[in-house]
Design a protein around this ligand. Structure first.
Ligand code: SF4
Length: 628
């Protein structure tokens, strides 16, 4: 399936017809590709790595799913494949170490990389880079490979590099950083990489090269056509045996709902379809995967789930899909097949689902097939913003989805909210705040817009001068273990004088970047923590207790807010607060005096925990409000 070609213009490009099979073969020592090493770099570089966070097991540790799919396709044509997941190796080494003094992040992954190269003697190494944040780490992996084997051909691919290749401004710095990389495979590369390998190895194969930049000294060949993987590639079960799927969740977390799993539960990931029906201007999914959604057969998905359970001991999966619920008939067929095969597994959709698909029919089958948690993409509660960002769904759709989900308390429901869109005023953000309150989901993941390359909003903001920093690989997640939000909370940069963002006189103003931090703090407190005062449903109390405990233990142990609310939830569940919780809150407030004004601002006190008397706002009083 070939679609819209790449339009990028690069220096030193020659007509691609001049790239011959003979020239390609000279890239490989035996002039053929027989052994392929696939490498997933550490998620972030050493300077972003925090030893204590890794020791707590808080970092993400996903099996390299895309590399696994590629490995299966390669093995099917007789190629020897090995996958080395350097993120996993670094986390494993950290957790096995006795102290930070004896742990060296770079040594940990370099040692595993060297071992894999020495043992395998690959003809080619494929390095993936999914996230912009991983860029510096992926660059170092390529540099290390070049140091170990200067003649080794490195192929590079993934979402990040594809996004950067959409404009000269973002592409040229990447090419400079990755000067030693000879092959760049763009977009979903399963088919393109396979076609390349087959063409190199087999004289009878026609040159079907696509979405590929051959980057040789003084000359480049850019194959602009895009071949999207079709049904055959989609139905491939990735090589979980090479991906280390059975072990990843021992050293890190997968998805956002792991706190609901019993200790020791093995988690994995699975992908049912690729692409998304949406056109959201801040999202690169459509540009990467192409328009629409391509489905995998329900049978193939359920076969993979069964294999994960039986051969790898996996009992919980996170869907990697961006639009899992697309196509009601297909979706119901998938859930029915999962129920029929009695998988006995649970699942979550951390990546988010489209609200309009959250009908009673789908949600009840989702629950019956093992759903324990899902995120809904909402972003804004203001109709003008929703229209501008082309969000699929409006206020009515979001409210209807919330109504359906309230009927299924066994599913933990969360919403993605985003603030900081161009020209978004305080008043518009207040609409988001009100919608979130009205929807009453269990939690909201609130982020400040971080425009990504290869998205319409990035292009618009570049054009209007709102982005002037092209240091794109310094982009970090808003939230999560490497997130900026967490660092900012630790740095205590939020100004408590600015924690009443919705004063009427400011309604038409657009908050500055710095003011957005305070708005974020306000939203996070009122939408997430303060609403805990109103929870009465026993199942929701259980979920919120586990989630807040997880924040205290794993995510933000030094933050007194979740620790305070852990005390409240203990009180709601058992009628008492552990003295240890009150002691910890007192200690945290004492350790970092910057927290106390924030506590005062929201009328919280350690004495509430000691006396078990809480400042529950009247509107949220459990005796007055409906259960959430
Ligand atoms: S619905 Fe989600 S995945 Fe789809 S385009 Fe919008 S943000 Fe991207």
């Amino acid at each position: 399936m070939a679609t819209n070609p790449i339009t990028l213009e690069l220096p030193d490009c020659r007509p691609e017809t001049e790239f011959t099979r003979a020239e390609a073969r000279r890239l490989f020592p035996s002039e053929r590709i027989r052994r392929v090493l696939l490498v997933a770099p550490p998620d972030a570089p050493a300077e972003a790595f925090n030893y204590a966070t890794a020791k707590r097991g808080r970092y993400w540790n996903f099996p390299p799913y895309g590399l696994g799919v590629m490995a299966t396709l390669l093995r099917d044509v007789g190629i020897t494949v090995r996958i080395v997941n350097l993120n996993h190796e670094a986390l494993k080494a950290c957790q096995a170490s006795a102290s930070p003094d004896v742990f060296h992040f770079d040594d940990a992954w370099k040692c595993q990389l060297r071992q894999a190269v020495d043992e395998m003697e690959p003809d080619i190494v494929g390095v993936t880079c999914m996230f912009t944040m991983t860029h510096p780490s992926a660059v170092r992996v390529c540099q290390e490979l070049a140091r170990l084997r200067p003649d080794l051909t490195i192929a590079f691919g993934g979402v990040h590099v594809t996004n950067c290749f959409m404009s000269r401004e973002t592409c040229l710095p990447v090419l400079e950083d990755l000067a030693g990389v000879k092959l760049f495979f763009l977009f979903e590369a399963d088919l393109a990489f396979m076609n390349f390998v087959n063409w190199v190895n087999d004289d009878t194969t026609a040159p079907e090269l696509s979405q590929l930049l051959v980057n040789l000294p003084g000359r480049r060949y850019l194959f602009r056509t895009i071949s999207r993987p079709g049904e055959k590639e989609l139905n491939v079960i990735p090589a979980h045996d090479l991906m280390g799927t059975a072990h990843v969740s021992r050293h890190g977390v997968i998805g956002s709902f792991f706190c609901f799993l019993s200790q020791g539960t093995r988690s994995g990931t699975v992908n049912a379809n690729r692409g998304c029906r949406g056109l959201c201007t801040y999202c690169s999914v459509r540009n990467f995967n192409g328009p629409g959604v391509r489905h995998r057969s329900a049978e193939s998905v359920v076969d993979e789930l069964e294999l994960l359970r039986d051969r790898h001991g996996v009992r919980h999966v996170m869907w990697l899909d961006d639009d899992l619920l697309h196509d009601t008939r297909r979706c119901l067929e998938l859930f029915a097949a999962m129920i029929e095969r009695k998988l006995g597994m649970t699942w979550d959709c951390s990546n988010g689902v489209v609200a309009s698909s959250c009908t009673e029919e789908i949600v009840s089958q989702a629950a019956a097939s093992g759903c324990v948690g899902l995120n809904i993409g909402i972003e804004s509660g203001n109709p003008i913003v929703l229209k501008k960002i082309r969000k699929p769904g409006g206020i009515k759709t979001f409210m209807m989805a919330a109504k359906v989900l309230r009927r299924h308390p066994e599913i933990n429901t969360r919403g993605f909210l985003m603030i900081g869109f161009p020209d978004e005023t305080y008043g518009m953000i207040q609409d988001t705040f009100r919608l979130a309150q009205d929807m009453g989901l269990d939690w909201y993941n609130i982020t400040i817009l971080q425009p990504l390359p290869n998205t319409p909003i990035f292009a618009d903001m570049m054009q209007s001068g709102l982005i002037d920093d092209l240091d794109v690989w310094n982009i970090r997640y808003n939230s999560g273990p490497y997130g900026k939000r967490r660092t900012q909370m630790q740095d205590r940069r939020v100004d408590t004088r600015d924690l009443s963002p919705f004063a009427p006189e400011r309604s038409g103003d657009v908050p500055s970047r710095q003011e957005l931090d305070s708005v974020w703090f306000h939203l996070n407190f009122h939408l997430n923590f303060e609403r805990l005062f109103a929870v009465t449903h026993p199942e929701k109390l259980r979920q919120q207790y586990l989630y807040v405990k997880n924040i205290c233990d794993l995510v933000a142990p030094d933050d007194p807010f979740p620790n305070y609310f852990l005390g409240w939830l203990q009180y709601r569940r058992t009628g008492r607060v552990d003295a240890a919780v009150a002691d910890k809150v007192e200690q945290l407030l004492c350790d970092v005096p910057a927290w106390q004004p924030k506590f005062d601002r929201f009328s919280l006190s350690v004495q509430d925990l000691r006396r078990a008397t809480f400042p529950v706002p009247v509107a949220l009083s459990p005796t007055r409000s409906a259960s959430t």
